[in-house]
Design a protein around this ligand. Structure first.
Ligand code: ATP
Ligand code: MG
Length: 329
């Protein structure tokens, strides 16, 4: 029997090149080797305020985008998190297995809450990792492909699964995280010390959205922050901007860093950026063509309906195992 792979993306805005290279591409490349699930993490999208209409649009767009990025509904179960009620219940249960200190230590919480602290920090930001724990454990997941920023949450999942199994008896499968060696943290093009985020509130100059106008996307790459070394060389510490562009190029084309460095040995950043811009433009053109083809509400709803039915069966079984172990039934 195939092992289970699962991943999810918050429909909190349009998907970015970071989401694609850091999570979705890795999932798509492996989807046939596993019993695969991908979900729209809409409950995670409401951990901080999002306009309801924006959420609705983002859900619709995200599923079409999954298909455009190569998720195959014949192979992979695609579903919306809120359609499977077990996520909420197990999330609640797993919150009770968690120490406040464990959640306070999460780097995502630390960085996102520091941006919020003026009006007070949302509880959602604090507890969402335990919902993610439930998302993963419900499907007996063996492997979770995510970007580097989410690695810590999968590690928390392992800790909590182990704690629960020890306290209440063997209930949950132990998941492994998969963080790909290249492209696991695509950086903001204007501020290569920060991760590229889909819910950026800035002017978006540093974020490439998969639905960006092609000319605009090229422009964003051409005006990406670099450095004054004038050497195409992979050095994340001293040349984060150039290294970021190299990661993007390498992840899309599979060309090694060594080979890229060699080809651009005596060439300027302009020429290098032009090639990266071209490669990204081709990728986006391909994805956008498919996106418009797949963005049909009726077809997408049918996929989600089927996906929810299939996911619910497994989720229900796992939740029953957990509630039985707890002595609730
Ligand atoms: P948000 O600002 O709403 O948190 P996000 O871009 O961080 O948006 P998520 O929905 O939180 O997107 O994450 C979806 C997946 O994409 C996760 O697996 C995450 O690790 C991955 N990911 C997000 N940003 C990047 C990035 N810049 N580079 C690589 N992977 C990323
Ligand atoms: Mg995020």
């Amino acid at each position: 029997m195939k092992k289970t792979m699962l991943t999810g993306v918050r429909p909190s805005g349009n998907l970015t090149l970071g989401n694609y290279l850091g999570a979705i591409k890795n999932f798509v490349d492996k989807q046939e080797q596993f019993n695969s699930y991908i979900f729209l993490a809409d409950l995670h999208a409401i951990t901080s305020y999002i306009e309801p209409q924006k959420l609705k649009t983002a859900v619709q767009n995200s599923i079409a985008m999954y298909l455009a990025c190569g998720v195959n509904p014949e192979v992979t179960t695609i579903f919306k998190q809120s359609d499977v009620l077990e996520h909420g219940t197990l999330g609640f249960i797993m919150t009770f297995q968690t120490k406040m200190g464990e959640l306070s230590r999460m780097t995502q919480f630390k960085s996102k809450s520091s941006q919020q602290s003026k009006e007070g920090v949302d509880t959602g930001l604090f507890v969402y990792p335990t919902l993610m724990v439930a998302d993963i454990l419900l499907y007996n997941t063996a492997i979770v492909p995510v970007g580097k920023d989410q690695q810590q949450h999968v590690e928390l999942t392992r800790d909590l699964a182990e704690r629960f199994n020890k306290r209440y008896g063997d209930t949950f499968e132990m998941p492994d995280v998969y963080v790909a060696p290249i492209g696991n943290k695509i950086l903001n093009l204007q501020n290569p010390l920060e991760k590229m985020n889909k819910s950026d509130n800035g002017d978006n100059k540093g974020t490439i959205f998969l639905l960006d106008d092609i000319a605009l996307a090229k422009k964003k790459i051409m005006s990406a922050q670099t450095d004054s070394f004038n050497k195409v060389h992979f050095d994340e510490e001293n040349q984060p901007g150039i290294s970021n562009l190299m990661s993007i190029l390498s992840k899309i084309t599979d060309e090694t860093f060594e080979s890229i460095e060699k080809r651009f040995e005596n060439k300027g950043y302009g020429e290098f950026k032009k090639e990266v811009a071209e490669v990204v433009a081709n990728l986006l053109t391909d994805i956008q063509t498919k996106y418009h083809k797949y963005n049909n509400e009726e077809v997408l709803n049918e996929i989600l309906k089927k996906g929810a039915e299939k996911a619910s069966i497994v989720a229900r079984e796992t939740l029953q195992r957990a509630t039985k172990a707890l002595g609730l039934n």
